[in-house]
Design a protein around this ligand. Structure first.
Ligand SMILES: [Zn+2]
Length: 254
């Protein structure tokens, strides 16, 4: 558990309250069980890990959200927003600007996640709120170059924050998005992850307990049709990946 690391103390208080309540409940239940069942049952089989005591727990990934009242919170960085335009396609290829594609995709993802009851914060590339950002996940949305790259200029990439304090969560967030996004977009996974991605600036800014990933949704040249004509499918792929993580869904092996 990580509550003590919270600088503003909200989680510490919530965590203490939860633990205190759980302690009271556990003690009461233990007393109740001892009083009523001790003589009736053999010594084994009734412990505090009984399913009876676990049944009220939600099957969600995040401990933070439970202690903070149940609302899941996700940050979406709109790649390049507020800073530059990112990759650009020549006029002959539609003149698309990466920042515009990223915004459309991120905003649709925000809408889909909100339908699922998730609180979403759209963030600029160098948003002041990135510093110490606390949430159930942070996803930065980018798209790859519009240059024509024979054979290899198609597919999506994902990288995770490696020095995250919850490496299992970060790895699972990445695996979920990789799996769901690939299935829904139909794009192949591009393994050529660049240092730009692994050392992405926001990874060092968010709270180290917030799992963070960056996705390159596709190449603006060969995957342009998908990115520009069907951004809702792109957003659905990202949304499904995030919900897979938040709901601890099964990920089928690749
Ligand atoms: Zn970019």
């Amino acid at each position: 558990m990580k509550q003590q690391l919270d600088p503003n103390g909200r989680q510490l208080q919530a965590g203490l309250l939860t633990r205190t309540l759980k302690g009271v409940i556990n003690v009461s239940l233990a007393a109740f069980l001892s009083a009523t069942l001790f003589t009736a049952l053999p010594a084994t089989g009734i412990g505090l890990k009984s399913p009876f005591l676990q049944s009220g727990q939600r099957n969600r990934e995040s401990f933070d959200s439970e202690t903070l009242g149940g609302t899941l919170r996700v940050g979406l960085v709109v790649g390049h927003w507020g800073n530059d335009v990112g990759a650009i396609c020549p006029d002959s290829l539609g003149g698309y600007r990466e920042v515009d594609l990223n915004y459309t995709i991120a905003d649709l993802t925000r809408q889909y996640l909100q339908v699922e009851g998730v609180e979403v914060i759209l963030l600029k590339e160098f948003d002041e709120h990135l510093k110490g950002f606390q949430g159930d996940a942070l996803i930065s949305i980018h798209a790859d170059t519009c240059e024509y790259i024979p054979d290899l200029g198609t597919g999506y990439k994902i990288a995770e924050a490696v020095d995250n304090k919850r490496p299992e969560q970060a790895a699972r967030l990445m695996a979920c998005i990789k799996n769901r996004y690939g299935n829904i977009s139909g794009l192949r996974y591009d393994h050529r992850i660049t240092p730009d991605m692994t050392s992405y600036h926001a990874f060092g800014e968010v709270d180290p307990n917030t799992p963070a990933v960056i996705i390159e949704t596709g190449y603006m040249n060969q995957d342009r049709e998908l990115l520009t004509k069907n951004p809702s499918l792109v957003a659905k792929g990202i949304t499904a990946g995030i919900m897979c993580y938040l709901n601890r869904e099964e990920i089928s092996p690749e």
